[in-house]
Design a binder for this molecule. Structure first.
Ligand SMILES: C=C(OP(=O)(O)O)C(=O)O
Ligand SMILES: [Mg+2]
Length: 399
């Protein structure tokens, strides 16, 4: 029986050394689930609210835990998430914190799966899931809010679109990361690493494009399948005083659209996330009109995994893909609703980590459960490889 018998919450470390919320859920028949909330740095304006960990824990203990224990079944994810919504009473989880909400929501899903004896991806996705794997987008060079004194563009993402298996794709991204390190050595560029383990070099975007392009071609030749690359421009973070602020000057909205369209052409980019400000559906639509048949134009801060913002985007023709981050909206049910709406309208889905992460692997299962097209979860750091290695295990029927 999946009835919840206890929910415990604690403060644990995330990959930036900040406090985050971990939840344990137990069921009557001994099922167990544990999950931890990630945390963003370049957060969207319309995300659900993350509270300081201790406050989120105290509020969830007071309001949410009593509604769940001895009452709600962990196998009934909607009932779990409805109880969290009712306990919170706001539309953005500002009372119990989206960090407590998402940790409990994911831990309950794991406890439900454990009780039923199914892997999490199968509990979430059903018996017919488990054969399709997402293409991993691997952050290999970055700056923006994730690293000081590095590129303006937040993420350059290796995209092994021709990989014959998820395992080969994961290793190709690691090889691109290593090849870029070698090019930096040759050019005597001293690069540290950003929050997600990507190289954070003190170079301009132009040189980063050249180096990533070279590394991707080199590794593609070695492995014998196609590797492209893409970007997360996180443009809302650059948008100030009505223009996009770059180290070498500013661009108007029209100039930004032209710049991105030219980059798509020049580098045959597979993917461009948040190329424009999070409030500018119109500019997103203009860019999608221009290059949406050649690349993925993806909304992260634009949509924040929120069905109502996604519906506005669909109506406006603002993109052709959506980044999915469960903690942006606070529950797995809301996350599934966003994915379902996106798929219904032909949008590609990209399940994503946050820049602040833990060893939690829920998003690997979520990607397989929902037949996601891509997963964005880093390349080499331990909290990133936790998800990548879990994908390899799922493919190997070893979970
Ligand atoms: C992963 C990202 O960064 P953060 O978690 O800081 O929002 C992103 O912007 O896509
Ligand atoms: Mg983003």
């Amino acid at each position: 029986m999946t009835r919840i018998s206890s929910v415990s919450l604690r403060r644990v470390l995330d990959s930036r050394g900040n406090a985050t919320v971990e939840a344990d859920v137990l069921t009557d028949s001994g099922g167990f689930g544990r999950a931890a909330a990630p945390s963003g740095a370049s957060t969207g304006e319309y995300e659900a609210i993350e509270l300081p960990a201790q406050e989120a824990i105290a509020n969830a203990r007071e309001h949410a835990v009593p509604r769940l224990v001895d009452t709600v079944y962990a196998g009934d994810q909607r009932a779990v998430d409805n109880a969290l919504r009712a306990a919170d009473g706001t539309d953005n989880f500002s009372e119990i914190g989206a960090n407590s909400a998402v940790a409990i929501s994911m831990a309950a899903a794991k406890a439900g799966a454990d009780t039923l004896g199914a892997p999490l991806y199968q509990h979430l996705g059903g018996a017919f899931r488990g054969d399709n794997f997402p293409i991993p987008l691997g952050n290999v060079v970055g700056g923006g809010e994730h690293a000081k004194d590095a590129t303006d563009i937040q993420e350059f993402l290796s995209a092994p679109v021709g990989a014959p298996s998820v395992e080969e794709a994961v290793f190709a991204n690691a090889a691109v990361h290593a090849a870029i390190g070698d090019i930096f050595d040759e050019r005597e560029i001293g690069a540290g690493k950003g929050d997600e383990g990507a190289w954070a070099p003190p170079i301009d975007d132009e040189e980063a494009f050249e180096i990533v392009d070279e590394a991707v071609s080199q590794v593609a030749d070695e492995v014998g399948f196609e590797i492209k690359f893409g970007l997360d421009m996180a443009a809302a973070e650059m948008y100030e005083d009505g223009a996009y602020q770059y180290s070498d000057g500013e661009k108007s909205t029209d100039e930004q659209i032209e710049y991105v369209a030219d980059l798509v052409e020049e580098y045959d980019l597979a993917y461009v996330e948040d190329p424009l400000d999070e409030n500018d559906y119109e500019a997103f639509a203009e860019l999608t009109e221009q290059v949406g048949d050649q690349t993925l134009i993806c909304g992260d801060d634009l949509f924040v995994t929120n069905v109502s913002r996604l519906q506005d985007g669909i109506d406006a023709g603002a993109a052709n893909s959506i980044l999915i981050k469960p903690n942006q909206i606070g529950s797995l049910s809301d996350t599934f609703d966003a994915i379902e709406l996106a798929v219904k309208h032909g949008y590609k889905t990209i399940i994503s980590h946050r820049s602040g992460e833990t060893e939690d692997t829920t998003i690997a299962h979520l990607a397989v459960a929902t037949d996601a097209d891509y997963i964005k979860t880093g390349t080499v750091a331990g909290e990133r490889t936790a998800k990548l290695n879990e994908l390899i295990r799922i493919a190997d029927d070893a979970v």
